[in-house]
Design a binder for this molecule. Sequence first.
Ligand code: AGP
Length: 592
Amino acid sequence: MCGIVGYIGRMRSDEILLKNLKKLEYRGYDSSGIAVLKNNEIIVRKESGCIANLEKTVEEIYGSCGIAHTRWATHGKPTKENAHPHTSSDNEWAIVHNGIIENYGELKEDLISKNISFSSETDSEVVAQLLSVEKNENLMERVIDVCGKLVGSYALICVNKNTPNTLYLAKQKSPLYVGIKSGEVFVGSDPICLSGMVDNYYSLEDGEFCQASSEKLVFFDSYKNIINKASVKLENINYNSGLGDYPHYMLKEIEEVPSVLRRVVDVYKQSNILDKIDISNVNKIIIVGCGTAYHAGLMGSKYIERLVRIDCSCHVASEFRYSDPIIDDKTLAIFVSQSGETADTISALDLAKSKGAKIVALTNVLYSTVAKKSDIILPVCAGPEIAVASTKAYSAQITVFYMLAKCLQNKVFSKNVDYFGEVEKLSDALKQIDFEDVRELSKVLVDKKEAFFIGRNRDYVTSEEASLKLKEITYINSSAYPAGELKHGFLALIENDTYVFMIATEKDLLEKTLNGAFESMARGGKIFAFSQFDLKKYESENFKYIKMPNLNEEVMPILSISYFQMLSYLTSIAKGLNPDKPRNLAKSVTVE
Ligand code: AGP
């Protein structure tokens, strides 16, 4: 994971680098650091923890160019010593790295045998040390030589103390973007770092390199040949508009859901994107994603199979890519990713593509790697999502899946059912909910060590996502179970006062789901039943009923997840945690 930035120019490089680095904090906040070239010296500052810690300790350090890094630890603890930038022992080179050097162990051993001493436990430091050991006088070529020895993934920005006006860039499987305008160069892991600074930018491809100076950008392939690259117009890049009056991004993003759903409807009403998905020659649909995006895909597969009657399955990307899946040119493969940069999702996409599948991206970031590699893009339209825990993007993703399934159903069965109206009603209903019950519930949940979520069919998928949300930002150990599975093991976990959240939004399955709740209650479990159906008659000390608005059953999952997003948020606050930056996590998982 990690985010890297670089800058050459006349402005205060510390300010520019920190400002752009903050835009990348979604990629990790274990530590951060900055290196600036000044009077042929490399000045480095590092701190553990989030960028705010670094900011406090960075006094004015500005030279002609600099690099900076925000880290999500892969190798070595999140300490100051392991923070980037890493320098070579002779202090000639400094580098920042995003990715994993898989063969760093053998490279390090070899360097140690040559009396090079290391000052960190990271895989990345080998790059800085190799750069000083290699002999090529042409420094760009030296970077290319060093990269020839690396196995793994990397986006690298390197500086050498003797070339104060130059950044050396390398890219393999981790994103890297560069732009130049009026003698200023901006580099970053995400084009948001270039937003407002340049009009056009260049996206490095795997195996490409760039020697960037204030005069020009020169691109190379791995054979050291100069290559021509086309620039991309910098547009459609939304960066977050700040917190406003909100205490946290997560709350802001949950409260944005009704307007996001309106936007989704508007965008899909005005375009014919869904019509572009042709399944006349398709015999199965697969959906792939990670984490919350996987849950959105699970919901999508429920919608598609039920409504379109076509074989549709959903897979966790990290499993899928190593499972030798049966895919051919009759497969439609949908890749779900808020960021569009999740490493396993990208590799799974590459695999499906290599087997001839038609590729659809369901993503919130239209310039992302997943989007670029796809035949068709279904925009999520959620706007920038900053909090690590995904909320509005999930709600928007399942809304797009719902609309896609309804659109395909209309096509396949020659129907003309309106589905936009259902989402509009849903958006209005969501605006009216005050979440008072949920607020009360969070006050008692705060002391719990564990919690369970049960539901059937679509409500089981909601249970999975609700459980992930809770564990992610409250650290309460939670799990989800299909409500029909309880007797097969789950009930052994029930003790007096074990919290069980029951979700029941499908009429046909209500009685069955209630049976599971009663079985849990009979063993001491305390049930919190979320449903639009009237369950008042069951209310008791151990059966609390949270009534949800009564909408079309098919869209209820889009509504019901909001209750659990809010419950997780309020519980996290009650525990005194920061819901926006849960421990050990990052928003975008760009390494395997
Ligand atoms: C969501 O709350 C999580 N932070 C995480 O599971 C996330 O959904 C997952 O990493 C996938 O990210 P993506 O949608 O950007 O691919």
